[in-house]
Design a binder for this molecule. Structure first.
Ligand SMILES: Nc1nc2c(ncn2[C@@H]2O[C@H](COP(=O)(O)OP(=O)(O)OP(=O)(O)O)[C@@H](O)[C@H]2O)c(=O)[nH]1
Length: 260
């Protein structure tokens, strides 16, 4: 901290019980504000031996399990202490992580020894990474509910152009107003949101990012190919119902654009 001038990189470790999304939101500032600091990515370290137990712990009053929340919000997870579990246990924890967050990259380590190039400079929120994100989103699958009251990943693709205003309203209703409910009437809560979307009249792909109640839409350098515009969206959160979400999306955001 005595170094003069700029820092190369700031690694912030939260306490084990913290919600990293809330901390990350503070650093996720608008590029237009010209800040020297940008949010590179969120990393969650998981204990291979006790991680599964922590993930399945039921919280009082239906609160979200913090371990699941920390995985939901992460861009990268490191399953550490792999020497303390057998292959089957390791596969179980891997599957549990994947069931919460279908997008997250998983590394495995002992004594947290990892290749730093895999942990630093993730550029997870960077719109110049648009092409890379589009490819990754293509591979994301819906996760199967693994744990009770679990957080899970829902993904869908919709072809066509979207109306930008309608998309903003849809996201605000989802993230801020919590207006969408599942079949049981529970409000859908999104913890992390990623997407590549197409706006009518715009040649470039647009990247959608969300952490908790913050979201951002940024044009990427990536151009759409002729006549092939497929919006890809990934939602990670609680009480998510894919069919309801997709129906709402199509009727509010896509058809609105078509009607214009
Ligand atoms: N067997 C084994 N032990 C490990 C490994 N990594 C760390 N430890 C040991 O686990 C003990 C606790 O370390 P951690 O679990 O990393 O502690 P921590 O997560 O920093 O603790 P908090 O930040 O307080 O949550 C220490 O004695 C470490 O030496 C590993 O890969 N294998």
């Amino acid at each position: 901290m005595q170094k003069k001038g700029k820092f190369d990189y700031i690694l912030l470790e939260t306490t084990g019980l913290a919600d990293p999304g809330a901390v990350a939101s503070m650093f996720w500032v608008d590029a237009e504000l010209g800040s020297d600091i940008y949010l590179d990515g969120i990393v969650t370290v998981i204990d291979a031996k006790y991680g599964l137990k922590q993930l399945t712990e039921e919280k009082a009053d239906g609160l979200v399990n913090e371990a699941a929340r920390q995985i939901a919000v992460a861009d990268l997870t490191i399953i550490n202490k792999t020497d303390l579990v057998n292959e089957e246990e390791l596969a179980q924890i891997r599957e549990a992580v994947r069931s919460v967050n279908g997008l997250v990259k998983i590394l495995e380590s002992q004594k947290s020894r990892v290749d730093l190039s895999e942990v630093l400079d993730l550029h997870s929120f960077d719109s110049t990474n648009g092409a890379h994100l589009a490819e990754r989103l293509q591979l994301v699958k819906d996760s199967r509910p693994h744990l009770d009251k679990s957080i899970l990943t829902v993904t869908f693709e919709v072809a066509g152009d979207l109306c930008e205003d309608a998309l903003n309203i849809f996201i605000q209703e989802l993230l801020w107003e919590k207006m969408f409910k599942n079949k049981e009437g529970q409000p859908m809560t999104v913890i992390r949101l990623k997407g590549i979307v197409s706006f009518a009249g715009k040649a470039h792909q647009v990247m959608l990012q969300g952490v908790h109640e913050l979201y951002d839409l940024n044009e990427t350098p990536q151009l759409w190919e002729e006549n092939l515009r497929i919006n890809r969206l990934v939602f990670i959160g609680r009480n998510l119902d894919k069919n309801i979400l997709q129906e709402q999306f199509i009727s509010k955001v896509l058809e609105g654009a078509n009607a214009n």
